[in-house]
Design a protein around this ligand. Structure first.
Ligand SMILES: [Zn+2]
Length: 74
């Protein structure tokens, strides 16, 4: 469990780390065909098609910590 500085608590607190799908995946108006092609892509590439953002939430105040919300290295 990562200990990060919470700007809401103004101190270092324990955080729970959650992998969250990007909003664009949730709110997109994809057709079934597009979803199927994504699935095929996923099967062939062997990697996760959906980009997952790790987000950390303060255990004390449940505030989302922006520290680990930076773009991933890949
Ligand atoms: Zn906090």
């Amino acid at each position: 469990m990562p200990v990060l500085f919470c700007h809401s608590c103004c101190r270092n607190t324990q955080h729970k780390e959650v992998l969250r799908k990007r909003a664009e995946d949730d709110f997109s108006m994809k057709t079934k065909l597009q979803k199927f092609s994504e699935l095929v892509n996923q099967l062939f590439s062997g990697v996760h098609y959906h980009k997952m953002d790790p987000v950390c939430f303060c255990r004390d105040c449940n505030n989302q910590n922006p520290e680990k919300n930076s773009p991933s290295t890949h």
